[in-house]
Design a binder for this molecule. Structure first.
Ligand SMILES: NC(=O)C1=CN([C@@H]2O[C@H](COP(=O)(O)OP(=O)(O)OC[C@H]3O[C@@H](n4cnc5c(N)ncnc54)[C@H](O)[C@@H]3O)[C@@H](O)[C@H]2O)[C@H](O)CC1
Ligand SMILES: [K+]
Length: 481
């Protein structure tokens, strides 16, 4: 599945029309499917439809007609000046005798649900005066908001804060970059010919169907040496901050992802955890001899991080570089050595490597991940909401995960997860996108019970459940209608 930009979506619409596909059908399906979602979520609770003058407003007018026909009480406030399909949608609604009042008069009461059909992909800049005020009033109302295609105002501020969003035909960049504004996500097939959605040049959204075939199988004859062994190198003993638990969490992530054996190389005096690991206490960053197929390096190494990473390179094994191992000089050495490498920076670390602020990175994570992948020649996992995986010109955006994962140590767990998948034989890009998806899904499963107060080790412990959820049900984190 591809992640569309508003421009790419417009191109698809235009091509459909050039193919002879009537655009009114797209609008009809969009409004009809959104009305279906409305009824699923709110039953017969009365609706207030707020419609702009463009095609997003047209979708809202179609929805109003379908709700009316289904016996749902509907009041409609619409901007003046529709043309094309939106005007036809307006006339069709009027033909059913529904009154359409000016948008300026929009009011609502406590029983109603707001349908946001003000702006979709056609928004050119931030909302101003009247529309900004309207959206702020909608948000302050405390009523549920069903957004059609996009919460109005995105990707700018202010924007509607939706309870649920029905995306038409495909997800667009703001759906994943501003997930928190969208509420529950629904994806509506509006009948757009499928060929128009096959755009290899656009970033992919990681989906369960796409990832399931990558999940390493465990044959009956499996033993601990055959399913992937991981070496974890990290931790620091000198002055300053000590993240003594970081390598332990990485080891837990690797085991819970299915590693057969984990070797833990850490400074003498480090915690001897987990009990299932093979310990190599060292005086200085060093690479002991161990039979492993992949490494995770740099969790909690502080000033030792660079040395850990350069030592690890001697093994010429697929490697995950995290945290304190993330230095340009290290990345250049890995690129030159041609070792399959995955880096897992967060926005702060990526910013440091790119010479940008963390805010700039977070604003356009797709571009930041791609730039870092191009500059280093390595596979990049840019952690955030959403996490983005980049390699060369390939980009994969991860739809799982939630703010509960924003807690110390979850990144360490992720490094072990990806290393376990590398050890099982996956390519860096596949190990990264599958690992990120399952790690986020583990967080989502835990967040069903509690949305704050997660511990990183619990995320590791939920990985087998996430793996099973992927292989047994393959449910994406949105609903298709
Ligand atoms: N394939 C699909 O996904 C389909 C989607 N549909 C819907 O169409 C909208 C996009 O419609 P469009 O008419 O291009 O744009 P909008 O309705 O979002 O708004 C355009 C409208 O707003 C004016 N405008 C732009 N920026 C601003 C601003 N900052 N302030 C005020 N006004 C602004 C602009 O001049 C236009 O008048 C898509 O999201 C779907 O909902 C189709 O229905 C079917 C196919
Ligand atoms: K909208």
């Amino acid at each position: 599945m591809r992640l569309f930009t508003p421009e790419a979506m417009r191109e698809a619409d235009q091509k459909a029309v050039e193919m002879g596909y009537p655009s009114l059908l797209l609008m009809e399906w969009a409004g009809m499917k959104a009305a279906r979602v409305y009824q699923e979520l709110f039953g017969h609770r009365p609706a207030v439809v707020l419609a702009g003058k463009g095609n997003n407003g047209g979708d809202g007018l179609v929805l109003a007609r379908h709700l009316h026909l289904a016996g749902v009480p509907v009041r409609v406030f619409a901007a003046e000046g529709q043309g094309g399909d939106a005007l036809l949608a307006r006339r069709a609604l009027e033909a059913h005798g529904l009154e359409i009042r000016p948008l300026e008069e929009a009011i609502w009461n406590r029983e109603e649900v707001l349908v946001d059909a003000l702006f979709g992909t056609g928004l050119k800049g931030p909302l101003e005066s009247f529309h900004a005020g309207l959206v702020e009033r909608m948000n302050a109302s405390g009523l549920p908001i069903l957004a059609l295609d996009l919460p109005s105002g995105l990707p700018f501020t202010p924007h509607a804060q939706a309870t649920a969003t029905v995306a038409f035909a495909a997800f667009k960049t703001p759906h994943l970059l501003h997930r928190e504004a969208c509420g529950r996500l629904f994806l509506a097939d509006i009948g757009l010919p499928k060929v128009l959605l096959e755009r290899e040049d656009l970033p992919e959204i990681a989906t369960p169907e796409g990832l399931l075939p990558l999940l390493p199988k465990r044959p009956l004859t499996a033993h601990k040496g055959s399913v992937g062994r991981v070496g974890v190198l990290g931790g620091y003993r000198g002055e300053g901050l000590r993240y003594a638990g970081a390598p332990v969490l990485s080891a837990l992530g690797a085991y819970r992802m299915g590693a057969g054996l984990v070797h833990l190389v850490a400074p003498e005096g480090s915690p001897l955890e987990p009990l299932e690991a093979v310990f190599h206490p060292v005086q200085v960053p060093a690479l002991p001899s161990m039979r492993v197929e992949a490494l995770a390096v740099g969790m909690g190494g502080g000033p030792w991080g660079r040395e850990w990473a350069l030592k690890a390179l001697e093994a010429r094994l697929p490697t995950v570089l995290d945290a304190d191992a993330l230095h340009l000089e290290v990345l250049e050495a890995y690129r030159k050595a041609g070792v399959p490498t995955v880096l897992t920076p967060h926005a702060g670390e990526a910013g440091r490597l790119l010479g940008m602020s963390p805010e700039e990175v977070a604003k356009d994570p797709l571009r930041a991940a791609q730039t870092l992948a191009e500059r280093t020649g390595l596979t990049v996992v840019l952690k955030g909401n959403p996490t983005v995986v980049a390699q060369g010109s390939r980009l994969s955006v991860n739809p799982t995960g939630n703010p509960a994962l924003a807690t110390g140590g979850t990144g360490d767990v992720l490094s072990g997860v990806i290393a376990a998948l590398l050890a099982a034989g996956l390519s860096p890009f596949d190990a990264a996108r599958l690992g990120v998806y399952l790690h986020g899904l583990a967080g989502d499963l835990l967040a069903q019970e509690r949305d704050v107060g997660l511990l990183a080790r619990e995320v590791a412990e939920a990985l087998p459940k996430a793996r099973r959820a992927l292989s047994e049900s393959s449910i994406p984190p949105w609903r298709t209608v």
